[in-house]
Design a binder for this molecule. Sequence first.
Ligand code: DMJ
Length: 643
Amino acid sequence: MTTPALLPLSGRRLPPLNLGASAFPHHRATLRLSEKFILLLILSAFITLCFGAFFFLPDSSKHKRFDLGLEDVLIPHVDTSKGGKNLGGFLIHGQGHDEHRHREEEERLRNKIRADHEKALEEAKEKLKKSRDEIQAEIQTEKNKVVQELKKKDSKPLPPVPLPNLIGINSGEPADPDIREKRNKVKEMMKHAWNNYRQYGWGHNELKPIARKGHSTNIFGNSQMGATIVDALDTLYIMGLHDEFREGQEWIDKNLDFSVNSEVSVFEVNIRFIGGLLAAYYLSGQEVFKIKAVQLAGKLLPAFNTPTGIPWAMVNLKSGVGRNWGWASAGSSILAEFGTLHMEFVHLSYLTGDPVYYNKVMHIRKLLQKMDRPNGLYPNYLNPRTGRWGQHHTSVGGLGDSFYEYLLKAWLMSDKMDTEARKMYDDAIEAIEKHLIRKSNGGLTFIGEWKNGHLERKMGHLTCFAGGMFALGADGSRDDKAGHYLQLGAEIAHTCHESYDRTTLKLGPEAFKFDGGVEAVAVRQNEKYYILRPEVIETYWYMWRFTHDPKYRQWGWEATQAIDKYCRVSGGFSGVKDVYSSSPTYDDVQQSFFLAETLKYLYLLFSNDDLLPLDNWVFNTEAHPLPVLHLANTTLSGNPAYR
Ligand code: DMJ
């Protein structure tokens, strides 16, 4: 019996092998299975050897090319009439002396390759003598070395920069015992929020205070970057909670790592993480915060690699691949997202001396300046591929809000030198007043939204921050309309207070209408929730600072009590799903901005004005205070490292 002819992988047919009775006469005509298997094994080893030799042994023709490539005999486009041979566009000189030299060189290289192979073989033999554990330990040591090197590289000290005048970072104790008590109550609430997060959610982005475990939303992808820790740091600091601050610092130092395969929101990471880290750095002077902020900023930069330089909404921190939210109009980026990077990025350039951050945000500004604006308004959607507006929706609330805020704050943060930003702010506010701000039948001033060619008479909780913005921008306004803007701020504060006061829980809904007899009340069920948002309290605080009208402290105290009564649970603080229901259900999320903003603004409201004075500090949109940079101009020439 003969075995079937075997086909090697190369496809070349081998002669049939006679493995039957005539090859092994003392065997039975049919071979047993195990014997067949062994023979097959030997055969396949032989074939593999031939195959390996055929493909992997050095090919002398290739060597020739390689060797020649090392010499200067490969001369492109030389005249062949001079005795050379043309080889694929290159010319080889065929002189006897040269050939001798080539043979020697070839021999030398062969010897070197042989020696290298032998060395590699020896090393492999040595390795094989070691146990699996020893080999693994060696690999681990190598890995650790690389990690250490990378860490050293990442943590190299940044150029020294003269720090701006940091005043009013830990005072503010009110003389009035009643106000002191209120301030202490807010501090106690902060401790409750922090301690529970530390106990049940430590290292996670946020806390689920009822389930008592970590929580994260899609804005941070699948990362565990301790958003609450970073967001809360400066609040802990100004409240004098230094042990808690140190715990947070230690976690950041040891665990905050941005090389994670996670798709995050550029805007949220910027305002919460970079803003939080920068504020913690300025307040405490601890280098680790600055270093981490700069590392993280480097991870956001690939988001700007779009045809227009308008960044993607999201970026993968590891791969640098960016994209936009699926729900955004025609693949657009969002005004309030790409327009809320300026403050942090200017500080990054200031601190590092690297203009890259500054250039990115100035590029966005220049692009926006050149664009047509319908009715002088900035639509919420802009396509980063085409540079064209998406849907013409305009809002001072969600999707638009902090873009306007950052125009004003860019000017304030530059010690009022960035007049271009101030002009853009003034122009925008004039258009907003003309097209979006109205008075309701009941006399409440509200800011509506421009949608599909008409004004929607609805205002969001988010929009309530604008009261504070108008008050903050009053001084320095065009045509000296300071009184007018302070008044506008007061009216918005009043309307937003009404939206709280007209609920059962005395907490504001997510959105409220001014339509068909309804005034400052939510109509749709999915707009009745309160998720511990800060905007109304933020406006109370600014209005308090600029007017010292006691009603703002009163309103702030009402909100404090309502939060403590209806949002406090034993595992922290939770949002509620319906502010009009006397038995509210919880959403089971303790948002990081509750610690960063809501509690900070309340604490400041019950502190003296010398705590973080507004002449020296500008708060980013997540309430992280950044110092005013007293620069000669906005090119950051004040920073010696930059010059
Ligand atoms: C915060 O993260 C910031 O204030 C942002 O600008 C919008 N809103 C949330 C809190 O409501």
